[in-house]
Design a protein around this ligand. Structure first.
Ligand code: PMP
Length: 379
């Protein structure tokens, strides 16, 4: 069955193969050798051998896919990206503090990093190191202009701003900027779309509901030596050390979401083209998809994307119709053409095509064909 292409920003499209496998295993999960367990994954104890095997495979596959070094812990938590905006400072703000609750610096490139700064201010000294707000969040402030404080334990960036469509094409090298702080990245909306340079990262977090699986699972990847510095008021279930020491089973983890993400990881491992596999194959495909869509927008004169070329997101492509009175007609026609959830975020309006891993090149080809035809008939 050919399903419509779904451009939702999240929760977002899943690979059809993954949904089919989950459906087939819904009532009676079989292990890797095909032995039936007699129960569905939702019904399993998180401490039973069946679920533990699902958990361990998911963690190992993710470690392999993202090339996570051995000195980093992978934590499967709950609460989403917004809870991490509090959990990160509660755990890390005191890393370099001799007294008080410590400090963190924030580079604000859009809605999500702006929220992170505001939330962290409840728990520590949170400082705006740089912002792209004056330009309407259309570019990344150059790293040389960031006001980094000596006392900051970490510098927070959102490496892909889902609403504004801004992506760091490489992670900042804080050491080269003369900073001793750790780099924290919110990679919610581009995790697994490209490799991560872990040599520059202290902690990365992201909700699963864009590129990894269903909502409910929050991924945290943290270097081991950053554990054990939490503020005393940090809830135990959100203390990374407690979570790590208990193999993400201090509290009941989101078992079904972990299982689904595990199926996505297996799907990612099966991807390959032009001699590339896994995340490298996804990255090549994501570059081709994004180039096709941005080229179509730039060549049109009918559609606009105002983001600086070197900061354009490969995952979330916001665009506007010059004649906004055509927005409803565009969306209605898109739906009829099997192109779903293209409406932009309410805070910015216009359109947004989120082209995560589960959207194939054919999905973007169908979208640009529709956009060209709409321009031809309404331009
Ligand atoms: N950070 C980013 C980059 C996001 O895109 C989102 C959700 N769209 C969040 C944080 C918030 O995530 P959640 O809703 O899972 O708390």
């Amino acid at each position: 069955m050919q399903r419509p292409y779904n451009f939702s920003a999240g929760p977002a499209a899943m690979p059809a193969e993954v949904l089919e496998q989950a459906a087939a295993e819904m009532l009676n999960w079989p292990d890797a050798n095909g032995r039936l367990s007699g129960m569905g994954v939702m019904e399993m104890s998180h401490r039973g051998k069946e679920f533990l095997s699902i958990y361990e495979a998911a963690e190992a596959d993710l470690r392999e896919l993202l090339a996570v070094p051995a000195n980093f812990k992978i934590l499967f938590m709950q609460g989403g990206g917004l809870a991490e905006n509090a959990i990160v400072p509660l755990n890390l703000s005191r890393l370099r503090a001799t007294s008080g609750n410590g400090a963190a610096d924030f580079v604000v490139t859009g809605t999500w990093s702006e929220k992170s700064l505001k939330e962290a201010g409840k728990y520590c000294s949170a400082h705006l190191a740089a912002t792209g707000k004056a330009d309407g969040f259309t570019a990344i402030p150059p790293a040389a202009s960031w006001e980094l404080r000596d006392e900051a334990s970490y510098v927070h960036i959102c490496s892909n701003e889902t609403i504004n469509g801004i992506e760091f094409q490489s992670l900042p090298d804080l050491k080269a900027l003369g900073s001793k702080a750790e780099l924290v990245i919110d990679f919610s909306s581009h995790v697994a779309s490209r490799p991560v340079d872990w040599s520059r990262v202290g902690l990365a977090f992201g909700g699963a509901q864009k590129n990894l699986g269903p909502a409910g699972l929050t991924l945290v990847v943290v270097r081991e030596d950053l554990l054990g510095h939490a503020q005393s008021v940090c809830p135990s279930a959100f203390d990374y050390k407690t979570v790590a020491d208990n193999g993400s089973m201090y509290n009941t983890p989101p078992t079904y979401s972990i299982y689904m993400a595990g199926l996505v990881f297996k799907w990612l491992k099966r991807q390959g083209e032009n001699g590339l596999t896994g995340i490298a194959a996804m990255e090549a495909r994501n570059i081709a998809k994004a180039e096709l869509l941005y080229e179509t927008i730039d060549a049109s004169g009918f559609y606009i994307n105002g983001v600086a070329r070197n900061a354009r997101s490969r995952m979330n492509v916001p665009f506007f119709l010059r004649n906004e009175s055509l927005n409803d007609a565009f969306l209605t026609g898109a739906k009829e053409a099997g192109l779903l959830q293209l409406k932009g975020h309410k805070s910015v309006g216009g359109m947004r095509a989120s082209i995560y891993n589960a959207i194939p090149l054919e999905g973007v080809q169908a979208l640009v064909a529709y956009m060209r035809e709409f321009e031809r008939t309404h331009g």
